[in-house]
Design a protein around this ligand. Sequence first.
Ligand code: DSN
Length: 478
Amino acid sequence: MSRNAESTAFRSALEVIRAVEPRVADAIGAELTDQRESLKLIASENYASPATLLAMGNWFSDKYAEGTVGRRFYAGCQNVDTVEALAAEHARELFGAAHAYVQPHSGIDANLVAFWAVLADRVESPALKKAQVRQVNDLTEADWFALRRELGNQRMLGMSLDAGGHLTHGFRPNISGKMFDQRSYGTDPATGLIDYDRVAEAAREFKPLILVGGYSAYPRKVNFRILREIADSVGATFMVDMAHFAGLVAGKVFTGDFDPVPHAHIVTTTTHKSLRGPRGGMVLCQPELADQVDRGCPMVLGGPLPHVMAAKAVALAEARRPDFADYAQRIVDNSQALADGLLRRGAKLVTGGTDNHLVLIDVSGYGLTGRQAEQALLDSGIVTNRNSVPQDPNGAWYTSGIRIGTPALTTRGLGTAEMDQTAELIHTVLTQTTAGANADGTPSKAKYALDPALADKIARQATDLLAPFPLYPTVDLA
Ligand code: DSN
């Protein structure tokens, strides 16, 4: 696509918006500037292609389309059917999945759709069968009361939050923790790695309805074949949340035992992280769960977002191109180069390295909390997020970790040499930052000191590092 076509498209869009509310047009332009200028290391973010972004800004946004392709609760959905069917087809082909549901608005939504599909399949359907009725409206009040109790009393076993699991894998502050009786498996305190024997032991003791695999802050591969065997041994449905590493699965970096799709009954993902699509979610599943998954809207989801499904179709088509596999491999090469650069300079990393797109620095090695480190890095033009480490003494707010990831910088074209320089910038900031104290002299978990001149110098170096790799080089808004 020529520079002209993309520049014209975005410039024209901003001109139209500016005529109505100039402050919105200005904010959109400013966001591009900010993204261009910052060293973005947030492991869950990326830069979608101009085609993906443009597919979202149109009249598909005006259409209601509850239901699924060919079975809608509204008339006039023929064009929505086209894009939803296309997105699902690309997803099935890309991941080798039997069924794809592309309506979830986010990863949390995708997980809720998956949970309710499993509950419907494993708990509700047998209850309806037993009562010899077709649907819940036909149950007696007593049977309905009993079914609601049963639905609300099921068990889930997932990875603990501080070991890298996600809030939606059954944690109390989240709806998943209120819906399920939950237990966690953690990681080996000595290695930081998943101990599959301990997972099997926990599954045998707890007998979950759902075993959840997947993570948002675990820097290693997971053996999904072993987790499936564990699930089978206790009659659990095996669900994998691959939101973080979907791009590595799509790009065939994670294959065999490390590809969740052939092993799990149901797989959820977001579409905007390493997969590099629009902000949204998706569910892939085995045929026996397909009907229940397709009831996601209006069971759990509000009306689907046809404009985002159009963008999912575009992004998934991009991910099916051969160059996406090269991109996925470079994400991991960069992540390993970043980890090596940090280790060589003396940083402490959870698990001692990485197999995937993310690195988790234990910043207690620098005498800092995650919050202090995150702010000091931000002052220096380096955008990261603080994250718990296993058995974190500082809790989920202050934390002791910094999670960094390479999907976004890899999209810009930075390579392993630039990752080593990035490691140098991060290490310099963290060694030069000192933890502050509260007014009463006790150590503060939030206050810190970093020479502003040094922060400015690092920020300039970060900008210099990015300069040869312009973001959206085909888009010129000037
Ligand atoms: N917010 C996502 C992440 O950063 O990992 C997951 O919810």
